[in-house]
Structures are given as structure tokens and as C-alpha cells.
Design a protein around this ligand. Structure first.
Ligand code: FES
Length: 106
């Protein structure tokens, strides 16, 4: 099973094919997903520090909008665990003092 490392947290294993935002949340990390995984809010954004992920999708580009953001971030609600990877979260729900949002669909 692939190992996912979220910077500053313990590494955890997640099944290949699992949506990254759900893998992170199910590991007990309070990642934001305010739009419920619909590529609309960008609060689930992560930086990919290591590991292989597919090319960025049109939905992600449309949501992130700005070239600097498109270059830096991926939407964890739009990508799936495919192998070992390391990521940095943008923000967490507890840091922001808000609810994470509806759980994205599997
Ligand atoms: S863009 Fe809103 S949860 Fe991913």
C-alpha cells in the first residue's frame, strides 16, 4: 500500500486509487474541503513535495485560476493516491476555526 507523508504529521498508508483528500482526512488530519470535493473552493489544495501524480486537470486549472497557484498547488479532491507521495497542506480546518466542509464522495 502506498505511503503518504503530510508534512509535519506522521506518515500513513493509503490504498492506491483513493482520493487524496479522503486519504488525508481518514488518517485523522483535518484537511479543508469546503465545496465537498467539487473543484470549486480550492481549500483542499496541497503542494506535491514528492511522488508522482497525473497531469493537472482542466477542472483544477479552472478552479485555481492564477498561474502562480496552478504551478504550485493541486486539488486533493481531484487526484488519487497512485504511489508513495509527500505533500504540504495549504491550511487545516482547525487552523482556520471552521468546519472542513461536506465529505467528498469516494
Ligand atoms: S476544491 Fe473544494 S474540496 Fe477540493
Amino acid at each position: 500500500m502506498p505511503t503518504v507523508i503530510v508534512e509535519g504529521r506522521d506518515a500513513f498508508e493509503a490504498p492506491a486509487g483513493k482520493k487524496l483528500v479522503l486519504a488525508i482526512e481518514d488518517a485523522g488530519i483535518d484537511i479543508l474541503h469546503r465545496c465537498g470535493g467539487n473543484a470549486a473552493c480550492t481549500t483542499c489544495r496541497v503542494e506535491i513535495l514528492a511522488g508522482t501524480v497525473p497531469e493537472i486537470s482542466e477542472a483544477e486549472i479552472a478552479a485555481l485560476e492564477e498561474p502562480a497557484l496552478i504551478e504550485k498547488y493541486r486539488l486533493s479532491c481531484q487526484i488519487h493516491v497512485a504511489g508513495d507521495m509527500s505533500v504540504r497542506l495549504w491550511k487545516t480546518a482547525s487552523e482556520q476555526g471552521i468546519e472542513p466542509g461536506d465529505r467528498p464522495e469516494d
